[in-house]
Design a protein around this ligand. Structure first.
Ligand SMILES: Nc1ncnc2c1ncn2[C@@H]1O[C@H](COP(=O)(O)OP(=O)(O)OP(=O)(O)O)[C@@H](O)[C@H]1O
Ligand SMILES: [Mg+2]
Length: 574
């Protein structure tokens, strides 16, 4: 609910000093009137009625309905002023105190700013003027231009909020689209890097395999050479053995041949001796060549025969010895040849051994030689794996951004649709509220229709806030400006009352207090009576205290009358 229980004014406009007023709680229509004791000819004019209401307005919003603030609202004889209003907003008791010179604003004793206070009040100044306080010089809703009507309607319904939300969604959607694009680019870039890495790995695998094949081929080549070297070495061993064997045989042969040559030398010497002995006997007849004695012939013959036999035997023995001195030379040559051969083979064998060692080392080295491409492949594969992880993360972010973009994009028009929905609802309600008031204000069977600038169903825009008025038995709507003053004022009031109901409903408040400062301008006496009846009925229907400042209905059966007296000491409430 919204209600005001008490007000305290000090040096506010015509109210000099401190004045307190407690508002009646019983529903009904109350009059605010009074007496001007300073200038009785003015009747109840200029006594502080409007000032009394403006004090509430100023306390809550910092300026009056006519825009007065600062020094204008301090009583001419005072240096500062203050107003305290006790009110109940949806069960929350708010005691608001505002002072001028020095300026301050307190809510329940704590200093607050205007924004915080309005949050607690739930109504902005304009909404307050159209829902609680109908000021003396306030514009009626229907009097405003279509554009101003729309501005007021938008503000009260907080319609701009939805456009701001839609704009914010649009901005966010654009940001998300950009982010989506960036992620898409990153994905494309990383995909191509991934492809390059795959190609690199494939190329390195080929190099690794050909390196391995070359290595195996080199090992094979070394092994074949080793085999060959081993075969050569074996052959050399064989040659050495053969030479050794031949040398052994040759040395034996040499030894044997030398023995025989020595025997031959001995026999030839013997043969010479024997032959010389025989020669000495030749020509001799009977002298013994040995004993040089005269020998008989027979003895000589025997001697000759003996020596001849000796010669024969020795010759035969010489003939028996199967050796030539040249053989000895040949054998020695043979031995030298074989020894040369042996040295040659030994040299070759030593070379073959070192070749075998070299080849074995080569094979070992080759087997140990690392394949450089293995490490490169490993590194590239790791890069590939890491990048794949990154791509998965980017993909995830992209999917999320895409979903967010779709969701946010939905709300660009979604918030506009919410606005349209609120507009539809509010218009229907406002139409209903206004039409309900028309009858009680004496405009029986009149009807009004409202339309507002909005995105309509066909996608076009309906311009401004239009009010179409259908008087009884006229089929087409007639412009507001065409009506008489009285009709116009009734229509105005109906518009204001309907709007007040809508505002309070939107704020979630049930209003228990309303103020109307001279709402009857242009009305006939009947019209003024209709107005009072309407407000009295409204007070009963809504359980509300309605305060009216009205000079022409002094004898109306109000629930009560609040009298304000103005004399030399200023205005006071009685
Ligand atoms: N700062 C001020 N100090 C003292 N008096 C002021 C000040 N401002 C305005 N007044 C006077 O206070 C008086 C009360 O004004 P107010 O508007 O409240 O009159 P009112 O009772 O509503 O009269 P009306 O019926 O003519 O509208 C007026 O005479 C006005 O000139
Ligand atoms: Mg006034």
């Amino acid at each position: 609910m919204y209600g005001i229980t008490k007000i305290e004014l000090e040096d506010f406009r015509s109210f000099k000093g401190k004045h307190t007023f407690t508002f009646p709680t019983k529903p009904g229509l109350y009059a605010i009137t009074g007496k001007n004791l300073i200038n009785p000819t003015l009747g109840p004019n200029a006594i502080g009625k409007s000032s009394f209401l403006e004090a509430i307005r100023w306390c809550n919003y910092g300026h009056t309905s006519r825009g007065l603030k600062a020094s204008d609202i301090i009583n001419y004889d005072a240096k500062s002023c203050s107003v305290t209003v006790e009110q109940n907003v949806a069960g929350e008791l708010l005691t608001v105190t505002r002072t001028q010179s020095p300026n301050s604003l307190r809510l329940n004793g704590t200093i607050v700013d205007q924004q915080t206070l309005e949050k607690h009040l739930r109504l902005g100044p304009q909404a307050y003027d159209y829902a609680v306080m109908f000021p003396q010089f306030g514009d009626a809703f229907f009097d405003k231009s279509p554009g101003d009507k729309l501005a007021l309607f938008s503000q009260i319904m907080e319609l701009d909020y939805w456009l701001e939300r839609s704009k914010a969604a649009d901005d966010l959607a654009k940001e998300l689209a950009l982010e989506k694009g960036t992620l898409e680019q990153a994905l494309a870039r990383n995909d191509s890097i991934l492809k390059t890495l795959s190609d690199d790995v494939a190329a390195l695998i080929i190099k690794r395999d050909s390196f391995e094949a070359e290595k195996q081929q080199a090992i094979r080549r070394h092994k074949e050479a080793l085999q060959q070297a081993k075969t050569d070495a074996a052959k050399l061993d064989q040659r050495l053995a053969t030479a050794d064997e031949a040398l052994t045989g040759l040395h034996q042969r040499l030894e044997r041949a030398e023995g025989r040559v020595a025997a031959l030398d001995r026999l030839e010497l013997k043969l010479q001796t024997v032959t010389a002995a025989l020669q000495k006997l030749d020509g001799l007849d009977a002298t013994c060549p040995t004993c040089l004695q005269q020998v008989n012939e027979c003895h000589l013959r025997d001697e000759k025969a003996k020596i001849t036999r000796e010669v024969r035997l020795t010759t035969a023995e010489i003939d028996d010895i199967d050796v030539k001195r040249s053989d000895l030379k040949a054998i020695k040559q043979n031995i030298r040849d074989f020894e040369d051969e042996r040295r040659d083979s030994q040299a070759k064998q030593s070379r073959a051994d070192s070749e075998i060692r070299r080849l074995k080392q080569n094979i070992e080295d080759e087997q140990k030689r690392p394949n450089p491409y293995l490490e490169m492949i490993e590194a590239k594969k790791n890069q590939h794996l890491k990048l794949k992880g990154e791509i998965a993360k980017t993909q995830e972010a992209f999917t999320q951004t895409e979903q967010d973009h779709a969701a946010v994009s939905f709300w660009v028009s979604g918030f506009k649709r919410v606005r349209l929905f609120i507009v539809e609802q509010a218009l229907q309600q406002l139409e209903l509220e206004i039409n309900n008031c028309l009858g009680s204000l004496g405009l029986m069977e009149w009807a009004i229709k409202l339309d507002v600038e909005r995105e309509n169903k066909s996608g076009g825009i309906t311009k401004g806030f239009t009010v179409m008025i259908y008087p009884p038995s006229v089929a087409k709507p007639i412009r507001f400006e065409a009506y008489s003053g009285g009709e116009t004022q009734r229509l105005r009031l109906a518009g204001n009352l309907g709007l007040a109901n809508l505002i309070m409903e939107r704020a979630g408040l049930r209003n228990t207090i309303e103020f109307f400062d001279e709402p009857s301008a242009h009305l006939s006496d009947e019209g003024t009576l209709d107005l009072a009846d309407t407000l009295a009925q409204r007070a009963v229907d809504a359980g509300r205290s309605i305060f009216i400042i009205e000079h022409r209905l002094l004898d109306y059966p109000y629930r009560n009358t609040i009298n304000i007296i103005k004399d030399a000491s200023g205005s006071r409430i009685e």
